[in-house]
Design a protein around this ligand. Structure first.
Ligand SMILES: *Cc1c(COP(=O)(O)O)cnc(C)c1O
Length: 223
């Protein structure tokens, strides 16, 4: 039998706690976002029942649908973590607690517009550190100009940087990518760092992640 979501969540929480201890950081300094994309709402309920409150979704329509289906779960916080198109911004603006993949000014402008009348939306700018064509995210050189433009938007709150570094099994290289994101955030006076997935979240915590986005280790492989 497969381990339950509650068991897997408990394992991940232990690993987060251990990484925090190694880094000399309080556990409260890291938010675990359970990435539930492509997983049924029933599994989100299981994780919620086990105390999980922060959930990550990649696809705007899926987020919209799950937010409706799970509206009874008090205090659940949705993190939109995937690239967005302007025509889907409205779904995110209405329900998200944070947006982790800001990389386009037209999307930022539309998000700010759609967020009017609500608390400013905390946003992370996504960077493409490896210069990979297949990945989303802004080139580091474009960051200063982009930040200045986003800071002028009234209903967004820039909180930090996000990246999904090139996959590697080389721990030193993982750490390098995360350290680079941390330094860029520091340079631009941003305090939050959304980095680390199932594959590398412990290394990310050792390099200062304030948010880790973990899917597979909690919910199992995606189809
Ligand atoms: C899917 C996804 C994750 C989670 O990845 P896992 O390997 O399942 O932990 C994290 N961040 C982003 C942006 C994702 O798309």
């Amino acid at each position: 039998m497969n381990p339950s979501v509650a068991d897997q969540l408990a394992r991940v929480r232990e690993r987060v706690a251990k990484a925090c201890a190694s880094a000399g950081r309080p556990e409260s300094s890291v938010t675990l976002v359970a990435v539930s994309k492509l997983k049924p709402a029933a599994l989100i309920r299981e994780a919620y029942a086990a105390g999980q409150r922060d959930f990550g979704e990649n696809y705007a329509q899926e987020l919209r649908d799950k937010a409706v289906e799970l509206a009874d779960l008090d205090g659940l916080r949705w993190h939109a973590i995937g690239a967005l198109q302007t025509n889907k911004v409205k779904y995110v603006a209405r329900v998200a607690h944070a947006f982790h993949a800001l990389e386009r000014l037209d999307v930022a402008t539309e998000l700010s517009k759609r967020r009017a009348g609500m608390a400013p939306l905390p946003c992370y700018v996504e960077l493409n550190l490896g210069g990979e064509d297949t990945k989303h995210g802004l080139a580091p050189e474009a960051l200063p100009g982009f930040l200045a433009q986003v800071r002028a938007l009234p209903n967004l709150q820039l909180v930090g940087l996000m990246a999904l570094p090139p996959p590697t099994d080389d721990v030193a290289r993982m750490r390098e990518g995360f350290a680079r994101l941390r330094e860029l955030a520091r340079t631009h006076a941003l305090s939050a760092l959304s980095m680390g997935t199932t594959h590398d979240f412990e290394q990310a915590i050792l390099e200062g992640a304030t948010v880790v986005r973990v899917g597979t280790a909690i919910f199992g492989d995606r189809a």
